[in-house]
Design a protein around this ligand. Structure first.
Ligand code: TYM
Length: 354
């Protein structure tokens, strides 16, 4: 770009936005990469918007046969159970915001095809679907553009997501820059930033990959709905090595287990087990795994208790959604009107903001 770049100033009160797809049960990867930060961020001086990305789930939902309505309500019940507070954050469902698909369409006109095609998630997901004879759709390919619409419609400043979503976020930033450059006369779009502390990769229990609903099978993931017995069984089955060797680097399976311990246990417990490894102690991995399972259970049990309470019922979620969608749509309409005006669709802009 040759002329001076047009840049939107950050919002006076930072806008924080993030979402989760309703494609399976919420797990510890979602908790530590996302939800935990939602709770921290709603406590400080931010305008928070947290949603369930049901349109994104549609990229694979027909093939996976997901009941999107039920699965979306369930994700939001877990939000509430973890402590996301409707009096401090707007909690909504992506598909209730009818303006988002319009943003998606407009932004797709300036989305860089090459970068979208290079997305690791698309390459992995489409390869996996092809081997299973499942249909790869345009919607799946254009996933990052819809994600950009989710983020840019409200001019979000901060997007707390795990490491796996950073590439998508970079595309949203690129789209924002392009919009500002080509069209941003009156309405400018803020370039959203990741939250550095959130952008982690929570390891799975099987193999070397991340904790994920779609890879490694059920033994790879600790769900927030798991019983203490299930947690114990999965953790005790995790791969280790034959024992530490002083002076040698830690093997990958052990690095993964220590990362999990660090996330769930107090720092002194983590340090104690780290020292046992560093001094070459043998035959303590069983205790290490027990400690991981116990601390996971201690974290999850109160969340489960809240999940089953009336404050987190499906009815309560519906009430929250009924109240939030109009508020979020108002934000969307204001920004959409600004964009449409700049893009020379004045007739539409006037309808939205007469
Ligand atoms: P999704 O549903 O795959 O995951 C939801 C959130 O959980 C994080 N996460 C992890 N973090 C660390 N380690 C892991 N093993 C792990 N597994 C999952 C993800 O990084 C994510 O933050 N595209 C998004 C949903 C979305 C979105 C958005 C997010 C749609 N529009 C706009 C932010 C802003 C997704 O598929 O997340």
């Amino acid at each position: 770009m040759t002329t001076e770049a047009k840049v939107a100033p950050p919002n006076p009160t930072p806008i924080v936005l993030s979402g989760i797809r309703p494609t399976g049960e919420i797990h510890l990867g979602n908790y530590f990469g996302a939800i935990r930060h939602f709770i921290d961020l709603q406590e400080t001086d931010n305008d928070c918007l947290f949603f369930v990305a049901d349109l994104h789930a549609l990229t694979t939902a027909m093939e996976d046969k997901i009941d999107l309505d039920a699965a979306s309500i369930d994700v939001l019940r877990w939000y509430l159970a973890c402590g996301v507070d409707p009096s401090k954050a707007l909690i909504y469902r992506q598909s209730d915001i009818l303006e988002i698909p319009f943003f998606n369409l407009l932004l797709s006109m300036i989305a860089p095809e090459g970068e979208v095609r290079r997305c690791t998630t698309f390459k992995e997901k489409s390869a996996d679907m092809e081997t299973k004879n499942k249909m790869v759709t345009v919607g799946l390919f254009a996933y990052p553009v819809l994600m950009a619409a989710d983020i840019l419609f409200c001019n979000a400043d901060i997007v707390p997501v795990g490491e796996d979503q950073l590439q998508h976020l970079e595309i949203a930033r690129e789209i924002a820059r392009r919009y500002n450059h080509y069209f941003g006369d009156n309405h400018l779009i803020v370039e959203p930033q990741p939250l550095k502390t959130a952008a982690i990769r929570v390891p799975g229990l099987v193999g070397e990959g991340k904790m994920s609903k779609s890879t490694g099978g059920p033994g790879n993931v600790i769900y927030l709905s798991d019983t203490p017995k299930q947690i114990r069984k999965k953790v005790m089955a995790a791969v280790t090595d034959t024992g530490p060797v002083v002076g040698e680097p830690m093997s990958q399976p052990m690095v993964n287990l220590y990362e999990l311990l660090k996330l769930v246990a107090p720092s002194e417990v983590y340090e104690e087990y780290l020292a046992r490894h560093a001094t070459g102690e043998q035959k303590f991995y069983g205790y290490l795994k027990q400690a991981i399972a116990e601390h996971m259970t201690a974290l999850i049990e109160p969340i489960q208790a809240r999940y089953h309470s009336a404050e987190c019922s499906a009815e309560r979620v519906q009430e929250i959604l009924d109240a939030s969608s109009a508020k979020v749509r108002k934000i969307a309409q204001k920004n959409l009107a600004g964009m449409l005006k700049d893009m020379k669709f004045e007739h539409l802009a006037k309808q939205l903001a007469p």
